[in-house]
Design a protein around this ligand. Structure first.
Ligand code: ZN
Length: 282
């Protein structure tokens, strides 16, 4: 299979399952095997981008924008990361995949409805699992700590301070594309001296067929108190469907994500968070 040989050579430094801490790592497909028929095949390089932003400078221009090890030519639909163990992969993660499948499939195929709370929860769990696995593609930009992964594994729902949205994807270039940004909000620490996995906010966006999905999480109090409400408003204004925290009201997928918005949405989210800080950081 295309690309897998290269992945194999890249070791996962801790060599331990990111969820249960055991060894015996197995490959976890970035996009689930059941999604494969609905993803567009691409022979071009697919953008799997990871970014970090230097927070002390407080503006977006100062970010490192890098392609991760998933950024390869070839069939991206089979890409996998070695970050989870066999028993997690074949156990609770596989159960989560099957309950998410019936909820996500209509969206992936372009049919949108107002999801029930249970459906929102199942979708949110899948998007959370995706982000937790995908951020292992670039250790430097990791921002989800073990406490959050423990919580997720125990409860099969996102930890608090996560936001998850889905929306119709109407572009043509980015099927099965993924972008992840880790940000460290800390003050004066020079970005070069930050050890891997020291970020305190992450945003992961992806596309599967006709579905765009986005997750945002943070462990930083200012982001939680000011940034997340601002991003929640942004996504509502954009007409996305909220999956987490779940909502009881009727939702309309009135907005959609095209190719342009897909490549710009993380910038938009980051800028919204910076703007929300203006009142307190000045
Ligand atoms: Zn495990």
């Amino acid at each position: 299979m295309n690309g897998e040989g290269r992945i194999k050579k890249t070791p996962n430094p801790p060599g331990r399952c990111i969820f249960c801490g055991e060894g015996q790592l197995t490959k976890e497909h970035i996009y689930a095997a059941w999604m494969k028929p609905y993803l567009t095949e691409s022979k071009r390089t697919v953008h799997h981008v990871t970014t970090s932003v230097h927070p002390a400078l407080q503006h977006l221009a100062d970010h490192r924008n890098e392609v991760g090890k998933m950024h390869l030519k070839g069939d991206h639909r089979s890409r996998a990361l070695r970050a989870v163990c066999r028993s997690c992969n074949n156990g609770w993660m596989s159960v989560l995949q099957s309950s998410a499948k019936s909820v996500l499939l209509p969206f992936i195929q372009g049919t949108y409805h107002s999801p029930t709370r249970e459906e929102q929860k199942a979708a949110a769990a899948w998007v959370t699992m995706f982000a937790m696995v995908f951020e292992q593609a670039d250790l430097f930009t990791r921002a989800i700590d073990q406490k959050q992964r423990d919580f997720f594994m125990r409860h099969l729902k996102p930890p608090s301070n996560w936001l998850i949205w889905v929306a119709p994807f109407v572009g043509s270039k980015h099927s099965a594309s993924t972008r992840h940004r880790g940000i460290l909000f800390s003050g004066e620490t020079p970005v070069e001296t930050i050890p891997p996995g020291f970020m305190n906010m992450q945003c992961t966006v992806g596309v599967a067929g006709n579905m765009f999905f986005m997750s945002l999480s943070s462990t930083h109090a200012d982001v939680i108190n000011f940034g997340l409400p601002a991003v929640r408003q942004l996504c509502m204004d954009r007409g996305f469907l909220r999956a987490w925290p779940t909502v009881g009201f009727q939702q309309n997928a009135s907005g959609a994500v095209d190719d342009f918005l897909f490549v710009n949405i993380i910038d938009e989210v980051t800028e919204t968070i910076y703007r929300s800080f203006n009142s307190i950081w000045r």
